[in-house]
Design a protein around this ligand. Structure first.
Ligand SMILES: Nc1ncnc2c1ncn2[C@@H]1O[C@H](COP(=O)(O)OP(=O)(O)OP(=O)(O)O)[C@@H](O)[C@H]1O
Length: 210
């Protein structure tokens, strides 16, 4: 049976000036076996996720994404990956539905209206879909970030501290997203409960200098 998606990191290293974050890091992530990236503040978790997403070039090594047995071309990485990060900007004057509509157009998604309704429902924002994001709470913004990552139903999800600002229902949502057996999922987290959702982990900090 073909593996629908696979993330392969081969001998990754990352330095910023004299600061070494990680060295010789190799890992494969397959669907149904989410990977937790753990480590102290500043150890390089967010940077590693950005490297996985193709947003930051590593100092050494390479990342490859395979979907249906074929290597994903660099220009196709954005439609293959869903990325959630605390710094991800939302359009404040637009409503939640308009934010998702904008992304659906940018990504040229077919069936956009149905997708938007489904994803708003999944993240529990249906009743607030037509409110401006500028009036959203921190947790509601985070739910919308999750929605933006799920909108195009990507085979790979990279989640940077997905549950940090969420309530109990939001954490249950994160748990179901992380546990999706059909996707490659990587979670960077400082929360032991979130890390425990993942059968595998990479601990950063060994190569880090203060
Ligand atoms: N673009 C950059 N240029 C220089 N240094 C950077 C850059 N991005 C990150 N760093 C440094 O790399 C280190 C790792 O940062 P990163 O955000 O990956 O850590 P983290 O493990 O996600 O931390 P936290 O748990 O606090 O979110 C930090 O020392 C940070 O200052």
């Amino acid at each position: 049976m073909p593996v629908p998606a696979l993330l392969v990191a081969d001998r990754l290293s990352m330095r910023f000036g004299r600061r070494r974050l990680f060295d010789d890091l190799s890992v494969e992530v397959a669907p149904g076996a989410p990977l937790a990236v753990v480590g102290a503040n500043g150890s390089g978790k967010s940077t590693l996720l950005r490297v996985f997403a193709g947003l930051t070039a590593p100092t050494g090594g390479a990342v490859r994404l395979d979907v249906d047995g074929a290597v994903v071309r660099p220009e196709d990485v954005p439609r293959t990956v869903g990325f959630v990060a605390p710094a991800l900007q939302l359009y404040e004057p637009l409503t939640a539905r308009e934010n998702l509509g904008f992304l659906a157009s940018a990504r040229r998604l077919a069936d956009a209206e149905r997708r938007i309704e489904a994803v708003l429902d999944r993240v529990g924002l249906g009743p607030r879909a037509d409110d401006a994001v500028g009036a959203f709470s921190t947790g509601m913004r985070q739910r919308l970030r999750l929605a933006t990552a799920l909108l195009h139903d990507p085979p790979v999800l990279l989640l940077d501290e997905p549950g940090a600002t969420l309530d109990a229902a939001g954490r249950a949502l994160t748990e179901s997203v992380v546990g999706d057996p059909g996707r490659v999922v990587v979670v960077a987290t400082n929360d032991p409960a979130e890390a425990a959702l993942c059968p595998r982990r990479v601990a950063l900090g060994g190569a880090a200098r203060p």
